[in-house]
Write a protein that binds this ligand. Structure first.
Ligand SMILES: [Zn+2]
Length: 141
């Protein structure tokens, strides 16, 4: 029997050196080293423009403005991804907390974390708390 983590291979695979060259230092730190941008500093936490949020590392479409909501947490928040197969989930036990890490399923880059049951008035009661620097907003035509 194999687990999902053993069989998973990202469609886009690059060496650490390649990612370092292609991404800015801040993008690299968040996307490839699972860093977190400081709250209320990202480009999109308060963004209301209609459009699609794509992975800044590989360009895969991940979230849309339709599922974005105001969580007042300082990071862009979504109640669902564009489609479930766009992201993958990992258990994250760093910082002494049980959290669910959210990654791009195409290139395995870190996006943010998923929190559940916080009582937000959204259809799923889930909050995808995503770093602005992990995404690029493509405005709707
Ligand atoms: Zn990606």
């Amino acid at each position: 029997m194999t687990t999902e983590s053993e069989t998973y291979r990202p469609e886009i695979e690059k060496s650490d050196e390649q990612w370092r060259q292609e991404l800015s230092p801040q993008e690299y730190e968040v996307l490839r080293k699972a860093g977190t941008e400081r709250p209320y500093t990202g480009e999109y936490y308060d963004e209301k423009t209609a459009g699609t949020y794509a992975c800044r590392a590989c360009g895969a479409e991940l979230f849309t403005s339709n599922e974005k909501f105001d969580s007042h947490c300082g990071w862009p928040s979504f109640w669902a991804p564009l489609a479930e197969d766009k992201v993958r989930y990992l258990h994250d036990r760093s910082l002494g907390m049980e959290r669910i890490e959210v990654r791009c399923s195409r290139c395995d880059s870190h996006l943010g974390h998923l929190f559940k049951g916080e009582g937000f008035d959204t259809p799923t009661d889930q909050r995808f708390c995503i770093n602005s620097v992990s995404m690029k907003l493509v405005e709707a035509p």
